[in-house]
Design a protein around this ligand. Structure first.
Ligand SMILES: *Cc1c(COP(=O)(O)O)cnc(C)c1O
Length: 484
C-alpha cells in the first residue's frame, strides 16, 4: 500500500457533473403520494457522481487509515481483534438483512430465535442469566446497568444510597455513567500489586453505597486477586457489584463473572465477540444480570412461548434504551462468532489472548519498564516510558508516533491514568507469532533509536498522511465541512 502524502486530493463534492448517475432505482412498487411542501427543496447541492467516483473516493479515504485487516492493532483495552468474514456472510442472509422491525413476528421467527439464543449464550458465558441486548455500546451498557441497580434499590424502598465506588484504574466511562445516573463517584485506590485496595474499600463502603464498578481483569491487564473478597465487602453493606466487561476477552469460557460475585455486567460485542469496532460504527453492549434483577431490564427481550418466539418487556422494566431490538446486525455477527467457536472451544480465545500478551511482555520487559511484570498478565499489559523521558527526553507520545513509521497502529497511551507515560498493549489472540515478533522487534528498535537519535522520534511519524494533530482542538473545534 502506498500513501502519497502531499498530493492534492480530488474532493468528492467537486467531482460531480450534472446528470451523472451512480445508481438506478427500481420501478416503484408502492402507491405514490405527494410529499408535504416543507420537505421539498429545489437545491440540494449534492454531487452527481458515477459509481466509480464513489468507489475511488472511499477507497482513497480507506488507504489513509489503518485497520485490523492490515496488521496488529494493539490498542489496549479495546480488543481490536480480527473480524472474521464468516460474520459478514451471516449478516447478508436475507432473513437477517432484509427484515423490518415492524413486520409480523410470525414471519421473522428465525431472527427472534437468534436473539433468544444469543441471550442464552451470553447468560451462560457470564453466569448472569438475565440478558438485554438493547444497549448500543459498553458505555450505554454501563448506564443501563447502573439504572437497573438504582431500580433494584428503589424497589426495596432503599432511597438513601448515592455513592458509586470506582477504582482509580477505571475507564472514564465508569465515572461518567455513574454521575449521569445522578450518583456521586468515589474513587478507590489500587494497591502495589495493581489490585483494588481492599483496606481502602472496606473503609469507604457503607450504607450509602449504590454499587462498586469493577473491571476484571482490570485496565492494567491484571486479574483482580481480591475479586471475591471485594464483592463480599460490597454485598455486606447491601450494595451491588457492577462488572465492566470490556476485558472479558481474557477470561471468556474460563471464568464466569456471575460465579465470582458480580451482580450486573456488560459485554462489548465489538471487543470480545468480533463485531467491527471503530469509526463510531454500530456496536453493542448487552447487559447481563442475576436472575432477580431481570425484571428491571430494558426491553424488548426475546422469549420463547411454547415453540414460538416473541418480544416482551420485563415486568418492572426501566424502559427502553434503544429503538427496536438493538443494533440487530451487530448481534448477528456476535452470534455467528460464538457459534463458530462452539461451547467447547470458546476458552481458546482467552487462552491465546493471554499467551500472546505474556509473550510480548516477556520480549519487551528487559528494555521497557514494566511496572507489574512480577505477575503474569492477562490479555494486555502496561509499560511505563518514564525512564526514556528522564534519560533521553523521549516521551511516550514520541514512541507511539514512531511506531507508525514501522507500519503498525500504536498501543493505547497515557491510560490508565495511574501509570505515568503509559503504553498499554493488547495484541489479542488473532496475531501469529510472526506478527507479534515483528511488533516486538519494532519496539526494541525504537528503544535503541531513543538513545541514539531522539530527534527521529520527536519528528515522527515521517510518512503518514497527517502527522501530529492538535487533538484537543480537533475535538473542540471540529471542521466538518470541506469548505469555509
Ligand atoms: C471500551 C471500554 C469501555 C467503553 O465501551 P464502549 O463500547 O467503547 O462504549 C468501558 N470500559 C473499558 C475498560 C473499556 O475498555
Amino acid at each position: 500500500m502506498t500513501i502519497v502524502a502531499n498530493k492534492p486530493e480530488p474532493i468528492i463534492f467537486e467531482l460531480g457533473s450534472k446528470g451523472r448517475e451512480g445508481a438506478a432505482l427500481p420501478d416503484c412498487d408502492v402507491p405514490t403520494t405527494k410529499l408535504p411542501n416543507h420537505l421539498i427543496r429545489d437545491e440540494l447541492n449534492l454531487p452527481e457522481v458515477a459509481e466509480v467516483d464513489v468507489v475511488r473516493h472511499f477507497t482513497r479515504l480507506s488507504q489513509k487509515n489503518y485497520c485490523v485487516d492490515l496488521g496488529i492493532y494493539p490498542l489496549g483495552s479495546c480488543t481490536m481483534k480480527y473480524n472474521p468474514k464468516i460474520n459478514e456472510v451471516a449478516v447478508n442472509i436475507p432473513g437477517f438483512a432484509r427484515i423490518h422491525p415492524y413486520q409480523n413476528h410470525d414471519t421473522a421467527q428465525g431472527a427472534l430465535q437468534m436473539l433468544y439464543e444469543l441471550q442464552k449464550m451470553l447468560g451462560e458465558i457470564s453466569g448472569l442469566p438475565g440478558v438485554t441486548l438493547q444497549p448500543a455500546a459498553g458505555a450505554q451498557g454501563e448506564l443501563t446497568g447502573v439504572l437497573v441497580i438504582r431500580a433494584y434499590h428503589l424497589a426495596r424502598g432503599d432511597t438513601k444510597r448515592k455513592k458509586v465506588l470506582v477504582p482509580d484504574s477505571a475507564h472514564g466511562t465508569n465515572p461518567a455513567t455513574s454521575s449521569m445516573s445522578g450518583y456521586t463517584v468515589v474513587p478507590v485506590k489500587s494497591d502495589a500489586r495493581g489490585n483494588i485496595d481492599l483496606a481502602e474499600l472496606k473503609k469507604i463502603a457503607d450504607k450509602e453505597t449504590v454499587c462498586l464498578m469493577l473491571t476484571n481483569p482490570n485496565t492494567l491487564g491484571l486479574f483482580e486477586e481480591n475479586v471475591q473478597e471485594a464483592c463480599k465487602v460490597i454485598h455486606d453493606v447491601g450494595a451491588l457489584v457492577y462488572g465492566d466487561g470490556a476485558n472479558l476477552n481474557a477470561i471468556v469460557g474460563i471464568a464466569r463473572p456471575g460465579d465470582l460475585g458480580f451482580d450486573v455486567m456488560h459485554t462489548n460485542l465489538h471487543k470480545t465477540f468480533s463485531v467491527p469496532h471503530g469509526g463510531g460504527g454500530p456496536g453493542a453492549g448487552p447487559v447481563m444480570v442475576r436472575k432477580d434483577l431481570a425484571q428491571f431490564l430494558p426491553g424488548p427481550i426475546a422469549v420463547k412461548r411454547g415453540n414460538k418466539y416473541a418480544m416482551e418487556m420485563p415486568k418492572k422494566t426501566i424502559g427502553r434504551v434503544k429503538s427496536f431490538f438493538g443494533n440487530f446486525l451487530a448481534l448477528v455477527r456476535a452470534y455467528t462468532y460464538i457459534r463458530s467457536y462452539g461451547k467447547e472451544h470458546l476458552r481458546e480465545i482467552a487462552e491465546n489472548a493471554v499467551i500472546n500478551a505474556n509473550y510480548l511482555l516477556a520480549r519487551l520487559k528487559g528494555t521497557y519498564y514494566a511496572p507489574f511484570a512480577n505477575r503474569a498478565c492477562k490479555h494486555e499489559f502496561v509499560l511505563d516510558g518514564t525512564p526514556f523521558k528522564t534519560k533521553y527526553g523521549v516521551n511516550t507520545l514520541d514512541i507511539a508516533k514512531r511506531i507508525q513509521d514501522y507500519g503498525f497502529y500504536p498501543p493505547t497511551i497515557y491510560f490508565p491514568l495511574i501509570v505515568p507515560e503509559c503504553l498499554m498493549i493488547e495484541p489479542t489472540e488473532t496475531q501469529s507469532k510472526e506478527s507479534l515478533d515483528e511488533f516486538a522487534d519494532a519496539l526494541l528498535k525504537i528503544a535503541q533509536e531513543a538513545e541514539t537519535d531522539a530527534q527521529l522520534l520527536h519528528d515522527a511519524p515521517h510518512d503518514a498522511p497527517v502527522t501530529r494533530l492538535d487533538e484537543v482542538r480537533a475535538a473542540r473545534e471540529p471542521v466538518l465541512c470541506y469548505r469555509d
